[in-house]
Design a protein around this ligand. Structure first.
Ligand code: SF4
Ligand code: SF4
Length: 442
């Protein structure tokens, strides 16, 4: 039996906003554009306080290969360059722009001229695209790494985390862009097969994509829709690949090592729009939901908007949010602060009330095995927790802590309320620190 078969857990979906078309936030008071909104090297600001800025202007970039430029998401004036702490705990530079409310675009924005595969990669880099499903991997680097090795493009429209419907809306509202994006990627990478994977709880998207795929498939490019069981974390890259192809990505390797390229559905749709218009990545769809929100909705918002402004737009119930989560409830990160900003990778902001944050106190492990049964990576979360608490790096290594994808399933199903994923995350940090100490000795 494959590693992921019958694994994962059932979660309450709470997809309240899937029937609601995203509402566009035309502009906002100011934006804070972090210089690191991707996996890789942070950008450096290319502007200074007082500079006049146009929408779509590049305001941060780097020569490093694993990075993507940052573009202004409003027109206006740079207020300041500041250092801010992001949710991973890193300190990064950020450019704060006061909007003039005009959203005046940069002169000369036009579709990129693409004649060769290298032109294609250069255009995708210039667009600022990173994985919009939350991973934030620079798209040009991912596409380049897939060159020559890949025989199937897997488009991830699973969206398995509760509450979030941003990708679901993309499948419903921008199906043609998704198919155009698939055709572009397939053309430049020489791929002849693509599969759009959608969880079974999105019947409308499945129906739409079956019809669209049947209409555009050709002998040179066969595009199909696959229906995946609604089991969390179905959208996690390794589980997604296994569900669609029965291939297993070895630890520490990229999907291209087993012939697969995975792209998030919103990323693919954006790629097609960029090639048509030349408009870089300056806005995204974000699900705003939770018990403290008056009307849960999807918003199309400028990147860099503060949570505070989003809340003003969506309205709160007569309660202050007890907990603010950037992302989904399983893999998102809690923020203490309404000044937190939306980055390219944020697909949701959840504002939970008192009721939604009540948690039973932690009690002794009852050896029920739920965490083991629910782990898609076949790990032993209870033993990993013990290894972390004992500071035992040898046990963490033996138990394959680095194989944990931090999906949170083990914590979710634990009747004793153990903070398993938090412990494993910290255990992985211990291992990384131990490895870097070893490296500095040699
Ligand atoms: S151990 Fe890691 S991969 Fe396994 S369920 Fe827990 S968080 Fe998910
Ligand atoms: S789910 Fe919780 S109680 Fe059950 S074995 Fe795992 S750690 Fe123990």
């Amino acid at each position: 039996m494959g590693i992921f078969q019958q694994r994962g857990i059932h979660v309450v979906h709470n997809k309240h906003t899937s029937k609601i078309k995203p509402v566009r936030i035309e502009t906002c008071g100011e934006v804070t554009l972090m210089m690191k909104q991707h996996i890789g090297t942070p950008c450096e600001p290319l502007v200074k306080a007082g500079d006049e800025i146009r929408l779509g202007q590049v305001i941060g970039d780097t020569q490093a290969g694993l990075a993507a430029p940052i573009h202004a998401s409003v027109s206006g004036k740079v207020k300041r360059i500041e250092q801010i702490r992001i949710l991973t705990g890193e300190d990064v530079k950020a450019v704060v722009i006061a909007s003039d409310g005009q959203m005046t675009p940069l002169d000369g924005i036009a579709p990129p001229v693409i004649k060769t595969r290298d032109d294609f990669f250069a255009a995708i880099r210039a667009s600022g695209l990173v994985g919009l499903g939350g991973a934030g991997f620079p798209a040009h680097a991912k596409l380049k790494s897939a060159c020559g090795d890949v025989d199937v493009l897997l488009v991830n429209a699973a969206e398995c985390e509760p509450y979030i419907t941003a990708d679901h809306r993309e499948t419903l509202d921008a199906g043609d862009d998704v198919l155009e994006g698939i055709a572009q990627i397939a053309h430049y990478l020489g791929i002849h097969k693509a599969i759009v994977g959608i969880e079974s709880n999105k019947g409308d998207a499945i129906g739409k994509f079956r019809a669209l795929c049947a209409a555009v498939s050709t002998p040179e490019l066969k595009i199909t829709t696959a229906v995946l069981p609604s089991r969390y974390p179905q959208g996690a890259e390794k589980m997604f690949i296994y569900s669609l192809t029965k291939r297993i990505v070895p630890l520490g390797k990229l999907p291209s090592s087993i012939g697969a390229l995975v792209m998030n559905v919103a990323s693919v749709a954006f790629l097609a729009r960029y090639i048509k218009t030349g408009k870089p990545l300056v806005s995204r769809t974000v699900t705003v939901d939770g018990g403290a929100v008056q009307s849960p909705i999807n918003v199309r918002t400028p990147i860099g908007i503060q949570v505070r402004e989003l809340i003003d737009f969506c309205g709160l119930q007569d309660v202050r949010p007890k907990k603010i989560i950037m992302g989904g409830p399983m893999m998102g990160a809690a923020t203490p602060d309404l000044n937190a900003v939306i980055s390219k990778c944020n697909n949701a902001v959840l504002l939970f009330d008192d009721k939604q944050t009540q948690k039973r106190p932690e009690t002794a492990c009852i050896r029920c095995g739920n965490c083991v049964a629910g782990c898609p990576m076949k790990l032993l979360p209870l033993k990993l927790e013990a290894a972390y608490r004992a500071n035992d790096t040898a046990a963490l290594t033996r138990l394959d802590a680095m194989g944990c994808m931090e999906c949170g399933s083990c914590s979710y199903v634990c009747p004793a309320s153990h903070e398993l994923v938090q412990c494993i995350r910290l255990g992985k940090r211990l291992l990384r620190e131990a490895q870097s100490r070893e490296g500095s000795k040699t």
